[in-house]
Design a protein. Structure first.
Length: 121
């Protein structure tokens, strides 16, 4: 069992935007991409973090996508969306770096969409 801290001893909070090797859902491969931390430190004690995919706004949209309005705060170079329907469970040590943070309005909508998928909203 791991301690829940990365080798660099960094902590990640809900709605931090990080760069991770995000797994594909349909094949055994990964793509380095931005992702949104959606779990809190209660899960980190198990050495895990849940992240939601962030993808280009140019891609075909899904009904649950949430637009990222403040790209500068998010640390993203191009229009992007959070895709709450695609989440991954990773070890904190797999996170390359933190690039930014999601704005509060978008974070609220992402939370609502996630609760909807869990049957809580």
């Amino acid at each position: 069992m791991t301690s829940g801290t990365t080798e660099r001893n960094e902590r990640y909070d809900p709605f931090d935007i990080v760069v991770v090797p995000f797994p594909y859902a349909d094949r055994l491969a990964e793509k380095r991409r931005p992702a949104l931390v959606i779990s809190n430190r209660k899960l980190a004690v198990h050495g895990l973090i849940w992240v939601a995919m962030i993808t280009s706004a140019d891609n075909e949209s899904w009904s649950s996508d949430v637009a990222i309005a403040d790209l500068k705060r998010a640390g993203l170079p191009a229009p992007s969306v959070v895709r709450p329907a695609k989440i991954a469970c990773i070890e904190p040590g797999r996170i390359d770096r933190r690039v930014g943070r999601l704005d509060k309005a978008a974070a609220r909508v992402v939370g609502q969409r996630l609760r909807g998928f869990l049957g809580e909203g």
